[in-house]
Design a binder for this molecule. Structure first.
Ligand code: CU
Length: 481
């Protein structure tokens, strides 16, 4: 869907899909459809959300929508997710005002009902939002063919109802064991524990990954021609280590922001692979090689007790003579240059805080507290107009994915090592603790968080974007005054 005259009007229903019993978005009567929203900087999204799910005994079936990554107000009618909930039979009207200064790139929307977030995400209740520049500049990628790809993981034996069901729109990604049956043998040089061993590279039981935005898992490529792949990790908790055979990825945007929105970072950075946490987006260029290649996820080891993120074939890049650019482009000087972000300079942090992720048999915690739905008491009160340094520690044996609503941050260092490539992001991997001799050292990242937008005052969450962890309590509130 495209905005018209600065407004995008949308009605979504939350419905129960038969016979699976899984919750789903419905759009224009089409069950399992969550349209991609294309808007311009400064536009409004007017969303009416009807909850037509049945009341049940096993889950509240409440829904709402979080506009992930957008620099919008956390207050009612915009991106308020803690108290704004539609129970079965209720309706929410959203009037979201996207700032004119929103960085152009890939964002997304998904339900955010605490306690049901994982179930709803792994039922596919999410969609993409693409923010385009309000005015075209010479350098805005107008001549680059592009695809939005949405990665999801879905439960094929849902743990609530017990009836197998399958993803609606996506093409199922091939795990390497299955890929070998299709005669696909090349994959990233092996992790020794690949496949069937129970190690991190073996398949997750009862879950499979889908990719939306391809034609039956096929993407075209043309020799020497660049294209832009805009990839959204809409899974409930998977990590994808993205790579294309024989090619480097030309990163141009992370989490909606152009790479060069961080001062001094180039507009394109070429990497061999990119690790995309759940909730994150990566936008990158690939160049056709004139032969078939695979877009894949390499196996990712998320720690001794982490979920399995096996090697996957996501899509097949098939050579054609020439790729077409988007139809109807009216740009005078079409460009293959990435959009130039207005650099956002950092300022010295006003405050340093410690955020600790932990877990035990009973649940998941931030600073040893499990999120309490009945309390709007913020863990931190932040002064608007400042930046803050948050040290985020992981006292567990698995990766977590730090996400904060409304704002972006820059990761300065990981486990004490300063990063050479810095960029604005809204979701970041926090590595697991390490056991060295008798000592246990927490995993740690340091994030410089930008609370300077005058639009962002109010109370909003930060949490782990492995949504089963969020549901289990790994969420807290920050209040910006
Ligand atoms: Cu987590």
């Amino acid at each position: 869907m495209q905005s018209v005259g600065g407004r995008l009007l949308l009605t979504l229903d939350a419905v129960m899909e038969f016979p699976s019993g899984a919750p789903a978005f419905a759009y224009n009567g089409m069950i399992g459809v969550a349209p991609t929203l294309r808007v311009k900087q400064g536009d409004a999204i007017l969303l009416t959300l009807h909850n037509r799910l049945p009341p049940t005994n096993f889950t509240p079936n409440a829904v709402n929508v979080h506009f992930h990554g957008l620099d919008v107000s956390p207050n009612t009618a915009q991106d308020e997710v803690v108290t704004t909930l539609a129970n079965p039979g209720q309706t929410i009207h959203y009037a979201l005002e996207i700032p004119a200064t929103q960085q152009p790139g890939l964002y997304w929307y998904h339900t955010h009902s605490h306690g049901e977030a994982y179930w709803q995400a792994t039922s596919g209740m999410s969609g993409a939002i693409l923010v385009e520049p309000a005015t075209h500049h010479a350098s805005d990628f107008a001549a680059i063919p592009q695809n939005i790809l949405i990665l999801r993981d879905v439960q094929d034996h849902p743990n609530i109802i017990g009836v197998p069901w399958y993803a609606r729109k996506g093409t199922v990604a091939l795990e390497m064991a299955a890929a070998r049956q299709h005669g696909i043998t090349q994959y990233h040089p092996a992790d020794p524990d690949d496949v069937d061993s129970g190690g991190p590279c073996s398949a997750e039981r009862y879950m499979h990954v889908t990719i939306e935005g391809t034609h039956d898992g096929v993407l075209q490529s043309a020799p020497g021609q660049r294209q832009l792949l805009r990839v959204l990790n809409a899974s409930g908790g998977r990590i994808f280590d993205l790579a294309v055979d024989g090619e480097r990825l030309g990163l141009v945007g992370i989490d909606g922001y152009p790479l060069n929105a961080y001062p001094g970072t180039p507009s394109v950075v070429w990497v061999d692979h990119f690790v995309l946490p759940p909730g994150g987006r990566a936008e990158f260029l690939v160049t056709g090689q004139g032969k078939e290649a695979y877009l894949r996820s390499r196996c990712y080891n998320s720690g001794p007790v982490g979920d399995r993120d096996p090697a996957l074939i996501l899509a097949r890049l098939v050579p054609v003579a020439r790729l077409r650019t988007s139809a109807g482009s009216s740009v005078a000087a079409e460009s293959t240059e990435p959009p130039s972000g207005d650099p956002i300079t950092v300022q010295a942090p006003a405050v340093q805080r410690l955020v600790t992720f932990s877990e035990d048999a009973a649940g998941y915690y931030i600073n040893h507290q499990s999120f309490d739905m009945k309390s709007m008491k913020p863990m931190f009160v932040v002064r608007s107009g400042t930046m803050e340094r948050w040290v985020i520690e992981n006292d567990t044996d698995e990766v977590h994915a730090f996400h904060i609503h409304q704002v972006h941050f820059v990761v300065d260092d990981v486990n004490g090592r300063p990063l050479t490539l810095r960029y604005w992001q809204d979701t970041a991997i926090v590595p697991p603790q390490r056991h060295i001799g008798r000592n246990t050292i927490p995993g740690r990242i340091t994030a410089l968080i930008d609370f300077r937008s005058p639009l962002i005052k109010g109370t909003f969450p930060f949490h782990c974007h492995m949504l089963d962890h969020e549901d289990g309590g790994m969420m807290a509130l920050v209040k910006v005054i």
